[in-house]
Design a binder for this molecule. Structure first.
Ligand SMILES: Cc1ncc(COP(=O)(O)O)c(C=O)c1O
Length: 404
């Protein structure tokens, strides 16, 4: 597919706001959604707006079948062995919370994270530390902000019950060596949860080859609807966990005194589900499969390289993460001495409809430890173009001129 055809699938990219096209560089926050996703969701509400899994009528059956189709598509996408290993959640945050509240952690259990975690993979462990006395330890990154495998290995011991780490950082786009981390963790009997919110949209993930125990990701960062997410877990591990949310649709039967949970995945999917969202998520994954990760990586690398080369010539600009754009996925995060990151974002938006993110990107802990107020973050996806990247760097150069 050529870029113009791809762009036609995203209605926002042919719209204008105040007479100017939209340059959407906030994809790490949420991606745009293509027509097949919009159509799949509309189809649900128009043609079979019913409840899945329990109603015996024709519409109920269609919903059940479509939801299970989406589950199958997503299972195949991450190379899960069984589709029952895919639990639908609202987002990555809920998937991580599910593990935090279902694994039965006890006082003294150690949980290891990196020092660059999104709040979604930090606060749940802080709460468990406060409430039940788990020990949350943080593996410090190397000076260049990359993962320190030796340091990690030296912190591993048999008290570590879970290693929970962001696979690709939303702060700087740099990835951790997941395969090596998982091997080391398993040698000590620990389980591994990967927060793949920023990895799954940009690179192929094979959970079986990786041998990862749990994987969390969100639909809305990979062309899917808002309010959709997945927790993948190895069947035997998920089967042994207590559900976090309980109630309707999680049980086979109940009496006034007791209940019997349904098998996977139902026991974790409490209450009426976001059927339109789940079906749309399946359509998003099919669309991503059609595009292919090699195209996505090529496009992101070309744009990231162009922007990096131009931005790094700006005096007083500090780039977050590696200077090598090939290591930063679709992210260019930077701060400029004397200019607030929010100011940069506002000027880009007001003057040229260029939409980026600014501030601390829900990684407040890292910014406060490094005494940095915030960064401006342009995050790219495969539908962005070199022309958009050119406009972005031109506007950045103008901002610099105005402030010097
Ligand atoms: C690395 C990472 N983890 C977790 C999240 C939380 O995702 P969600 O808001 O979809 O739960 C994000 C969102 O930006 C993220 O970048």
């Amino acid at each position: 597919m050529d870029i113009n055809t791809i762009r036609r699938h995203f209605p926002l990219l042919s719209r204008k706001i105040n007479g100017k096209p939209v340059v959407y560089f906030d994809n790490a926050c949420s991606s745009l959604r293509p027509l097949p996703v919009l159509r799949a969701m509309e189809e649900y509400y128009r043609d079979f707006p019913a409840c899945g899994g329990r109603s015996m009528h024709k519409l109920g059956e269609i919903v059940t079948q479509k939801v299970e189709e989406a589950r199958g598509i997503i299972a195949k996408f991450i190379h899960a062995r069984r589709k029952e290993e895919i639990i639908f959640t609202r987002n990555t945050t809920e998937s991580i919370n599910l593990i935090a509240h279902s694994m039965g952690f006890k006082q003294g259990d150690v949980i290891l994270t990196t020092d660059k975690e999104h709040n979604s993979n930090l606060i749940p462990w802080q709460i468990l530390a406060e409430k039940i006395g788990i020990i949350h330890l943080i593996v410090p990154s190397r000076k260049d902000n990359t993962f320190d495998l030796e340091r990690f290995e030296s912190m591993m011991n048999d008290s570590v019950k879970l290693v929970s780490m962001g696979q690709t950082s939303n702060l700087d786009g740099v990835s951790i060596p997941a395969e090596a981390i998982i091997k080391i963790a398993h040698r000590h009997g620990a389980k591994v949860l990967l927060d793949a919110a920023q990895a799954a949209p940009h690179r192929p993930i094979d959970v079986t080859r990786l041998d990862v125990d749990f994987l969390a990701f969100s639909g809305h960062k990979m062309l899917g609807p808002s309010g959709t997410g997945v927790l993948y877990g190895k069947y035997a591990l998920l089967d042994a966990l207590e559900p976090f949310l309980v109630g309707g649709d999680t049980v086979e039967y109940s009496t006034y005194e007791s209940h019997k949970f349904l098998p996977l995945p139902e026991k974790f999917e409490a209450g009426l589900q976001n059927y339109a969202g789940i079906i749309g998520f399946g359509a998003a994954i099919q669309y991503l499969n059609d595009i292919g990760f090699s195209y996505i990586a090529r496009q992101e690398r070309e744009l990231n390289q162009f922007i990096t080369e131009t931005l790094t010539k700006i005096p007083g600009l500090t780039l977050m993460g590696s200077h090598d754009p090939a290591l930063r996925s679709g992210i260019v995060s930077f701060c400029i001495e004397g200019i607030d990151s929010h100011q940069i974002a506002l000027i880009l938006d007001q003057t040229a409809n260029i939409m980026i993110r600014s501030g601390q990107h829900c990684v407040h802990s890292w910014f406060s430890a490094h005494k940095i107020k915030g960064s401006a973050r342009a995050s790219l996806y495969f539908y962005n173009t070199l022309e958009e990247a050119q406009l972005f760097v031109d506007c950045m150069n103008k901002i610099i001129l105005l402030h010097r």
